[in-house]
Ligand binder design. Structure first.
Ligand code: FAD
Length: 554
């Protein structure tokens, strides 16, 4: 549809809607483009809201990427804030709009409609959830309200949900000096990650003084006379808080789409084709409100993230104005800073591969973020998931530095359909302050190649219960490290002394070899497998990973 004077209407003036509107204008100077937004702002940085609460971003005005005035001047967009669309009539091709300031209701016709209504917070259906002081964090007014509470002397906050937003908010509230309790229904923080990878985030939370309650949910909230809220948790504890933030996930906001008879899919998200067209070809949809295709499994999923929303908005405008405009399946690449460390993920987690029944291998490694001899070297805790044919399926990483870079490289690799052989060969920027001649990503490729070549086989925490009969645990660390703590019944032979001590090990028995991080045990395993112990296996990621997988194993 490229004829002169196309009437384009956009519902929702945030990531997806504004990307669509701006791109539409750049492609069509003659269209009339109207953006209807029920909130007070368009083009606001909801991703920055936690940092405004924490005063890392000082002014709420800094969160406004654009204003209606600037958008009119630069792009001739007709932006109407505080205008809520109440109904879509797909037959007459018009929307019914309520001006929330004047109360006036009017109809706005369209030739092409973009539905970019986003998602709404999931509120647990517990008594007191609607009390003043219980809030979500989705808009600038939400963040201003929370910051006001912080600055009026709030002493304790309860954050419900330890996902990305809950953790960012908890970090920022702690930064402002509040005592913070984080309540998470799952038995781990950061549920998109595998549990052993989320463990270091939980550690960092504990170290920062956060009271983390896993496997716990909100039961009820009551008002106290002093203005605080009494929060009852499923573990029976009651805590008084000045702020209760509910960050327990989002669900696609698709009431308008449903009422208009558009096809819905996974979690009632709007079903779209690869050009972002809904079941009505005059209506596009993009962002948190739509169903997307998972890049690894091909299954329909919902991925509420800013990057896909922005790109989908742009692609839909491209399609509307004859430029192809096709969106690829989604990887769900995400990153979060949490109490001094960073955690990131791309592609599928191991738990999701398992539940989808997809055959895979997992390796854990702890390479440094830059050359070990250069001051400040710190470990990256990296997990790589790959298929038996070598295709990369997912990756997760935590650590202080260099996390986003590695996950972005791995996201690119997955998008390109690369294999672990490709990872081993990637030519990445290197100088001592930035990386290593064998970068962490190359190392992940090498380890995975070793698995596929049959040169190494790994054991994991789950293999301890029960261990195969007759298995011997072989600790190949130094005697000093062994003396500081080891797995029960382990035999200690340092890897450097193994060749001369092979006679101490019963021939051809299953061996679970381990060291601190997996490198020395890999060397030992290679030696053992070539010396009469073909069943020798190395502990994936060493004790560092085991400590996260099975806390308290020794
Ligand atoms: P939204 O941004 O939710 O916008 C939808 C808009 O539609 C809203 O402004 C709403 O008011 C409007 N609307 C809805 N219904 C109507 C109606 N009937 N009439 C008129 N207007 C309507 N993602 C990341 O990738 N990285 C991050 O670090 C990150 N941090 C985040 C932090 C916070 C606190 C939040 C809340 C989200 C964060 N996200 C992050 C998620 C990201 O912001 C969303 O994925 C993205 O904004 C989705 O864009 P959208 O346009 O689909 O929806």
């Amino acid at each position: 549809m490229t004829e002169t004077g196309t009437r384009v209407v956009v519902i929702g003036g945030s990531a997806a809607g504004m990307s669509f509107a701006a791109r539409a204008r750049r492609l069509s100077e003659t269209s009339r483009i109207v953006v209807l937004e029920r909130g007070h702002h368009v083009s606001y940085a909801n991703c920055g809201l936690p940092y405004f609460v924490g005063d890392e971003i000082a002014e709420s005005g800094d969160l406004l990427v654009q204003t209606p005035e600037k958008l009119r001047a630069a792009l001739n967009l007709e932006i109407r804030v505080r205008h809520e669309v109440e109904h879509i009539d797909p037959v007459a091709r018009l929307v019914r709009v309520r001006d929330q300031v004047t109360g006036q209701v009017y109809e706005q016709p369209y030739d092409a409609l973009m539905l970019a209504t986003g998602a709404g917070s999931i509120l647990p259906p517990v008594p007191g959830i609607d009390l003043p002081g219980v809030q979500v964090l989705r808009t600038i007014p939400d963040a201003e309200a929370m910051r006001d509470r912080v600055e009026s002397g709030a002493g304790h906050a309860v954050v419900v949900g330890a996902g990305f937003i809950g953790i960012e908010a908890a970090e920022q509230l702690r930064r402002r000096g509040l005592d913070v309790t984080v309540v998470e229904l799952a038995d781990q923080v950061l549920p998109p990650l595998d549990p052993e990878m989320a463990h270091s985030v939980e550690d960092a939370m504990h170290q920062a003084g956060i009271d983390v309650r896993k496997g716990t949910s909100l039961s009820a909230i009551e008002s106290e006379t002093d203005g605080r809220l009494l929060v009852t948790l499923s573990d029976g504890t009651v805590t008084a808080a000045h702020i209760v933030l509910v960050a327990a996930g989002v669900r696609p906001d698709t009431a308008l789409a449903a009422a208009a008879g558009l096809s819905l899919g996974e979690r009632d998200a709007v079903r779209v084709d690869e050009h972002l067209r809904t079941s009505d070809p005059a209506i596009y949809a993009a962002g948190d409100s739509i169903e997307v295709i998972d890049a690894v499994t091909g299954a329909p999923v919902v991925v509420p993230l800013a990057g896909p929303a922005n790109r989908q908005g742009r692609a839909a405008a491209d399609h509307l104005f004859g430029r192809g405009g096709q969106t690829p399946p989604v990887l769900g690449t995400a990153v979060v800073r949490a109490f001094g460390i960073c955690a990131a993920t791309t592609g599928r987690s191991e738990k999701s591969l398992r539940s989808a029944g997809i055959e895979h291998h997992a390796v854990h490694l702890h390479p440094n973020q830059h050359a070990g001899y250069y001051p400040g070297a710190q470990a990256i805790h990296l997990k790589l998931l790959f298929a038996p044919n070598g295709r990369v399926l997912g990756a997760q990483a935590t650590g202080a530095e260099g996390i986003d870079k590695r996950i972005d490289v791995l996201a690119t690799a997955i998008r390109a359909g690369m294999t672990v052989d490709d990872l081993a060969e990637l030519e990445l920027a290197y100088a001592p302050p930035f990386g290593s001649a064998k970068d962490a990503v190359n190392m992940a490729g090498f380890v995975a190649q070793n698995v596929l070549a049959g040169d190494v086989s790994f054991w994991r925490g789950a293999d301890l219960e029960p261990m195969p009969i007759g298995t011997v645990l072989l600790d190949v660390r130094s005697p000093a490290e062994f003396a500081e703590g080891h797995l029960p019944q382990a035999l200690n032979i340092p890897h450097t002394e193994l060749r001369e001590n092979l006679s101490r090990i019963t021939p051809d028995i299953p061996l679970f070899v381990y060291c601190a991080s997996g490198f020395r045990s890999y060397l030992a395993t290679r030696l053992l497998r070539q010396s009469g112990w073909p069943q020798a296996r190395s502990l994936s990621g060493g004790l560092r990973t085991l400590a996260a997988e099975r806390p308290g194993s020794w």
